[in-house]
Ligand binder design. Structure first.
Ligand code: NAD
Ligand code: UD1
Length: 344
């Protein structure tokens, strides 16, 4: 079965392509490389022995995307392509709404034209806004987002739900990721943020490898056991496996399904920081800083629905997540940058 993977050269997309290829699917990537590197294709091939199809196409370009569907005739789509930097989305809302929402509309138009009606979409726990209960179940109401990036996820969920409600041929799966971290255990693919990392794990990893001086921990006065925020971290390879399970489930699916993908267990910023120190075998510099605007104190999921319906549960714990993240970072201190060939 051939799967078209938008954004498949990116962090989560590349790990999902590996899993798809390992499970006997064919993968065709459409990615404009706006936030990824062509080197990823070699790395996927090194891991799996198979090279995914690749089109350097912006999904907002209907003509080019249409040609990909015409030539490749995929049976389903996993849709990762989009901009994802929260802070940047506040500075550049038009770019975010345009890329994420227009891109999705163009994609669904092409899918319909070519008779492809199975779609998995990368959503986020961010759509829950500031929740009033924990853990977060899929039945929790969507909340108020604090930034344009979050609103694009919120709106795309609504758009896809409406599309599936209007035409029963559609099968749409909305996967709400919690906090994906880690890397493939080979150290050949991993997260390679451009510029200063916004997210916790890549920042710690860059401190550990000597690219950043010190981790700033944003707030130690929250109402949590150690005063720092709690999140539900999920190994990116568990997440990738979740996509393939969601794809398998689609055969029996009608309309729209929503699944949280997380472990159901929260870790504080300090717990993650210390787990990473253990993984890299050294003490790392850290200082407390003021709270970051828009952060919620605690977020973790109820993973039951994914377990019951997809048979999905996470395999890897925080130690493995940090070990794999460190393995990737130390073998590729500058990510996919050409100055730093992988030592694997
Ligand atoms: P990423 O930036 O590594 O991957 C996204 C890929 O999409 C990149 O390779 C980029 O080049 C490509 N892309 C962007 N716009 C495109 C366009 N118009 N046409 C073609 N390609 C385009 O991000 P990621 O962390 O792998 O995230 C994948 C998806 O999951 C995104 O939609 C993101 O919003 C969502 N998500 C990520 C997280 C996370 O923590 N990483 C959490 C929740 C949801
Ligand atoms: C952030 C985004 C969310 C997005 C998710 C995945 C915000 C408010 N939310 O979630 O929309 O879906 O990333 O991309 O940006 N931290 C530090 N120091 C750092 C970095 C982070 O202390 O240098 C703390 C944060 O304050 C937070 C925790 O670490 O408490 C996790 O942060 P992060 O990795 O950015 O994830 P989220 O905030 O959960």
């Amino acid at each position: 079965m051939k799967i078209l993977v938008t954004g498949g050269a990116g962090y989560i997309g590349s790990h999902t392509c590996v899993r798809l290829l390992e499970e006997g699917y064919e993968a065709v990537i459409v990615d404009d490389l706006s936030n990824s590197s062509i080197v990823v294709l070699d790395r996927i091939e090194q891991i799996t022995g198979k090279r995914p199809g690749f089109y350097p196409v912006n999904i907002c370009c209907k003509k080019e995307l249409d040609e990909v569907f015409e030539v490749e005739k995929p049976e389903a789509v996993i849709h990762f392509a989009g901009f994802k930097a929260v802070g940047e989305s506040v500075q550049k809302p038009m770019e975010y709404y345009s890329n994420n929402i227009s891109g999705t509309l163009t994609l669904t138009e092409c899918m319909k034209k070519h008779g492809v009606f199975s779609l998995i979409f990368s959503s986020s726990a961010t759509v829950y806004g500031e929740p009033d209960r924990m853990p977060l179940g899929e039945d929790c109401p969507k909340g108020v987002c604090t930034n344009p990036y979050g609103w694009t996820k919120w709106m795309i969920e609504q758009i896809l739900t409406d599309i599936a409600a209007a035409d029963e041929r559609w099968k749409v799966t909305l996967l709400r990721y919690f906090n994906p971290i880690g890397a493939h255990e080979s150290g050949l693919i991993g997260e390679d943020p451009k510029g200063i990392p916004n997210n916790l794990l890549p920042y710690i990893a860059q401190v550990a490898v000597g690219r950043r001086e010190c981790l700033g921990v944003f707030g130690n006065d929250y109402d949590t056991p150690d005063g720092t925020c709690i999140r539900d971290y999920i190994h990116v390879c568990d997440l990738a496996r979740g996509h393939v399970m969601a794809l398998d489930h689609m055969k029996d699916q009608n309309g729209t399904e929503i699944f949280n993908l997380g472990s159901g267990r929260g870790y504080s910023v300090l717990e993650v920081f210390h787990a990473f120190e253990n993984a890299c075998g050294k003490k790392l510099p850290m200082e407390f800083r003021p709270r970051r605007a828009g952060d919620i104190p605690v977020s973790y999921c109820d993973p039951e629905k994914a377990r019951k319906i997809l048979g999905f549960s996470t395999e890897f714990d925080i130690e493995k997540m940090c070990a794999d993240s460190w393995n990737w970072q130390k073998k590729n201190p500058y990510g996919y940058g050409e100055n730093a060939p992988c030592e694997a």
